[in-house]
Write a protein that binds this ligand. Structure first.
Ligand code: AMP
Length: 121
């Protein structure tokens, strides 16, 4: 699938739509989900134009890959939900149609601040 420049996260990255920002660096942007499913529900997105995790795995540079993984840990620390600095959390990625992905720009959901519960319903 080709990248849709008009997806909502692309608009957030371009500053056309506001977000409740948690953290940003050269590789990632993190903000709160607009419809939180748990006490803490954050999103972490790469700044590069990747539709989903498969696209990212195939096409992102090693620096972008490291930047995204390290960024997730940085955000979890900032939110006080990481292993080093909290009680843990769940990172989840929906991938394409069967995965239930709604926004076609790769994003990790971080759920925490409470017991997250059953993995798949
Ligand atoms: P997914 O189903 O994995 O594609 O998740 C998309 C997520 O994006 C959902 O949890 C939405 O609540 C969230 N979302 C949609 N629009 C916005 C927005 N403008 N700001 C923050 N989160 C959003």
């Amino acid at each position: 699938m080709s990248y849709d420049e008009n997806n909502i996260f692309a608009k957030i990255l371009r500053g056309e739509i506001p977000c409740k920002k948690i953290y940003e660096n050269e590789f990632i942007l993190s903000f709160y989900d607009i419809n939180p499913q748990k006490k803490i529900h954050a999103l972490v997105i790469p700044k590069g134009k990747y539709t989903d995790l498969d696209d990212f795995s195939l096409n992102a540079s090693p620096d972008e890959m490291v930047g995204l993984l390290k960024g997730i840990n940085t955000v979890a620390n900032k939110l006080g939900i990481s292993v080093e600095n909290g009680n843990g959390y769940r990172a989840l990625v929906n991938i394409s149609e069967n995965g239930g992905q709604e926004v076609p720009h790769l994003h990790f959901h971080l759920f925490g601040g409470e017991k997250v519960g059953k993995m798949v319903e």
